[in-house]
Every structure is written in C-alpha cells, then in structure tokens.
Design a protein around this ligand. Structure first.
Ligand code: PEP
Length: 257
C-alpha cells in the first residue's frame, strides 16, 4: 500500500525566521498528519534552523536541489553530504524551473540523482511536459525521454529509494492544474514505463506525486486518483492553513481506503 506524500517546495521564499515560524506551527500539528508523509523544502539558508525545529518529529526536511559531487571546486553548489549534515533526508532534482531557467539537462539531473542515492538521500525526481509539447500530443514521449535520461544507471532497488513527481510545466505556478483525469493518465503511463524499465512490483510500490497548482480546492479530486500518491506543492505550501488543508485532504483519502 503506497502512502500519500505531501511535499512543500518553498522555492526562493521565506527568511530563516519565517521558515522556523512555519515549521514550529506545523510541528505542533503533527498528530493530525498521521497516515500521511509530510515534507518541506525550505531555501538552503533556512535548512539548519528548520531542522532544529523539526528534529525528533515526523515531518521530513528536503532540499530544493543537490550537487552531483561530494566536494570540490563547484562554486554555488551544495553537496548531498552537506545537506545531510543539516538534516535533509531528500532533495528535489530536475524541477522544471531549473530545467528552464538554468538549462539543466537530463544528463546533469541523472548525475544529481545518482549522487543523492550514493549518499543515502531520497531524490525526488520531477518530470513534465511544456504546454507546447502537450498541445502537439508529445506528453508521453517527453516524459519518457526525461525518465529514461534521468534514471540512467539505476535499478529496481534504487527506484524503491526515490520518489517521482509528474509536474506539467504549464500547471506550475499558473493556477491551472491538470484535471484529475489528465494527471491520472500520465501517472498511469509513468507507472507502466517503470514496470517495463524496472520490475512490475517495483513500479507498483513507486510513489508518484502530482505537482502543478495544487490547492485545498482541487487536492482531494487529484489525490483520489489511483496512481496519484501525493502532491508536490509550491504556492499553496507557503501558507500553513492551505498546506495543512491539503494534508488533511490526503489523510481523508488514506483513511477511506
Ligand atoms: C512546484 O513548484 O513544484 C509547484 C508545483 O508549484 P505550484 O504548486 O505553485 O504550481
């Protein structure tokens, strides 16, 4: 049985003080999250302090990216070892903003994913098509190419140590979410791809999150889809109320099963 995972991606938002305030508020509500995995990805500068607030509890701390190397002359990069040191257990890789704004390739994302795995961090791999690609009927081809490239050199065991997020680029930060049906179609496709690339059992166990304008209003319908195992939430994760309402929607679905 796959657990639902609700993960907040704060992007370049919140000072350390604001991040700690948020973390201590949700830490106080942990009991209400039972049955759902919850994680947040603050900016690098707030990670250590937020870890101090979350330490000993069940809310997971993640980074928004991770370097492909352990140490060395990589100005501006932060290694998996350094992220683990400040309490991160997982890291996003391949977020569409990094793919588009910083030109990150599947090959680079693959190196980041392997580097996270090497240091026992869970990579949360993001894939998804642009609006133009969807309109040209290329969604599955694009997602498959991204998955093939980003998952190079991994096996079924590695798959069990990562999370995948389907995030259509046209839905991120736009207020236009994929419909539950549109999202489910791609999630089912991703799971079929994983079954072929790895093993049927590993693909059944893989957590596949949906991301793109998830809000308390649309969360329940999206999370009720059979292949949607949680949500990667940007804008709506910045506010305690809307983030916890999404967690609550996930919890109600988990309890109904
Ligand atoms: C994201 O940044 O991964 C995201 C899904 O953002 P938003 O929820 O704001 O669309």
């Amino acid at each position: 049985m796959r657990k639902k995972f609700i993960c907040g991606n704060w992007k370049m938002n919140k000072t350390t003080q604001e991040a700690c305030q948020f973390a201590s508020e949700i830490r106080g509500m942990e009991k209400k999250f039972e049955g759902v995995e919850v994680g947040i990805c603050p900016p690098y500068t707030a990670l250590q302090a937020v870890h101090g607030v979350l330490d000993g509890g069940s809310i997971l701390l993640g980074a928004q990216d991770v370097a492909w190397a352990q140490d060395g002359a990589y100005t501006g990069e932060v290694s998996p070892l350094m992220l683990k040191e400040v309490g991160c257990t997982f890291a996003l890789v391949g977020h569409s903003e990094r793919r588009t704004l910083l030109d990150e390739s599947d090959e680079l994302i693959n190196r980041k994913l392997l580097s996270a795995l090497q240091f026992n961090m869970t990579p949360l791999l993001c894939v998804g098509e642009s609006l133009d690609e969807r309109e040209r009927g290329m969604t599955e081809r694009v997602v498959e190419t991204q998955l093939r490239g980003c998952l190079a050199g991994t096996d079924a065991k590695a798959l069990s140590r990562m999370v995948i997020a389907y995030e259509p680029v046209w839905a991120i930060g736009t207020g236009r979410n994929a419909t539950p049906h549109e999202a489910q179609e791609v999630h089912a496709f991703v799971r079929r791809f994983l079954a072929g690339r790895f093993e049927a059992e590993a693909s059944q166990d893989a957590q596949i999150l949906y991301g793109g304008s998830v809000t308390p209003k649309n969360a329940a319908a999206l999370l009720a889809q059979p292949d949607i195992d949680g949500a990667l939430v940007g804008g709506a994760s910045l506010d305690v109320r809307s983030f916890t309402d999404i967690i609550q929607a996930a919890r109600e679905i988990a309890q109904a099963v």
